[in-house]
Design a binder for this molecule. Structure first.
Ligand SMILES: NC(=O)C1=CN([C@@H]2O[C@H](COP(=O)(O)OP(=O)(O)OC[C@H]3O[C@@H](n4cnc5c(N)ncnc54)[C@H](OP(=O)(O)O)[C@@H]3O)[C@@H](O)[C@H]2O)C=CC1
Ligand SMILES: CC(C)(CO)C(=O)C(=O)O
Length: 303
């Protein structure tokens, strides 16, 4: 049985896709009140894609249930994940394996430390999903999930349960893959918030600053062991901007909903690592500070 912690956009997307292929899935919801709401709706979850709606049956439990957990997918925000996993710790079976789905970096390291010696895998997800009801998720953009072991262990056999339902791939360099995604997010998401714009409008608003920020990010990636040229990183950022031109970034969606953003795990993590390397990144620091001020003025908690 696969347990999914966090019945939000990504958790529901994974639950629906696994349930569609007959996998038994248990959604772990926050508390008894949320579980009652699910039960009142017949524990049915709706997946909308390309205008079609499908409905699936799932099992729901709240965190303080008693069944031991063998396989856990953590689908909470980076800001909530450590506390959520901590409260679930007594339920983890001795050989329980955990898969972390958070954007950015920092929460993965903290959870892996907390749960050692459990095997904790990390994922980088490029799907786009949002909830348009408590029990309904829209799969707006199909992507791929890269999964790997930051300790360089061999592929985990239990992930085969995803075959046929999830487009996933085992990679040997998951931390570097997450760094690359973090760099792309650093170059796009803050501007979408500062200029309240879709991804496609970022180059227009950021102007020449975008390429200068990409240069700082490339230098940081190099210190993290990723050797790609500024031109290659620039191409990657611009290709994501073009592919997701009509998207509202996850950070902008959070701001519009008045929710805390994952800034601390994206720009914040980049700046902390730059400091550790003794690397000067004045433009990233300035972007971070402008973004924090903007969030504070908008009344969004910045952690
Ligand atoms: N959505 C997407 O398309 C993608 C998301 N990601 C990443 O996946 C992660 C999750 O994102 P997303 O699904 O969009 O976020 P959501 O906010 O939609 O979902 C998070 C869910 O976690 C629940 N939660 C938080 N704390 C707890 C807790 N202590 N116990 C139980 N449940 C809890 C929240 O409950 P409540 O509603 O009650 O607060 C919410 O339902 C993020 O790191 C995001 O960056 C990555 C790629 C794509
Ligand atoms: C790639 C991008 C910018 C797509 O919107 C994203 O990952 C996000 O919004 O967090």
């Amino acid at each position: 049985m696969i347990y999914i912690l966090g019945a939000g956009s990504l958790g529901l997307l994974w639950a629906a896709r696994l349930a569609r292929k007959g996998q038994s899935v248990t959604l772990l919801v926050r508390d008894a009140r949320q579980q009652r709401l699910w039960q009142a709706a017949g524990n049915r979850l709706e997946l909308q894609q390309n205008g079609q709606t499908q409905s699936f049956q799932v099992i729901t439990e709240h965190l303080s249930g008693h069944q031991p957990i063998d396989y856990l997918l953590v689908c909470t925000k980076a800001t909530d994940s450590l506390a959520a996993v901590q409260s679930l710790r007594p339920r983890l079976a001795p050989d329980c394996e955990i898969l972390l789905m958070q954007n950015g970096l920092g929460s993965q390291q903290a959870i892996s430390r907390l749960l050692a010696p459990h095997r904790v895998l990390w994922a980088s997800v490029t799907d786009g999903a949002w909830r348009n009801g408590r029990h309904r998720v829209v799969w707006a953009g199909a992507g791929q999930t890269l999964i790997g072991d930051p300790q360089q262990g061999p592929p985990a056999g239990w992930l085969r349960q995803f075959d046929g339902s999830i487009d996933w791939l085992w990679v040997d360099d998951i931390e570097q893959r997450l760094w690359l995604k973090l760099a792309v997010n650093c170059a796009i998401n803050p501007y979408t918030v500062l200029f309240d714009c879709h991804n496609g409008e970022v180059p227009l608003h950021a102007g020449a600053e975008l390429d200068a920020v990409i240069l700082e990010l490339q230098s940081l990636l190099q210190h993290q062991g990723l050797s790609l040229t500024p031109a290659a990183l620039g191409e990657l950022v611009h290709s994501v901007i073009v592919k997701t031109a009509a998207n509202s970034s996850s950070m902008r969606q959070d701001v519009h909903a008045g929710r805390q953003t994952e800034i601390d795990y994206i720009l914040g993590h980049a700046l902390r690592q730059a400091r550790q390397h003794g690397l000067r990144t004045p433009l990233l620091a300035d972007l971070h500070s402008r973004l924090r001020t903007h969030l504070q003025q908008a009344g969004i908690p910045t952690g």
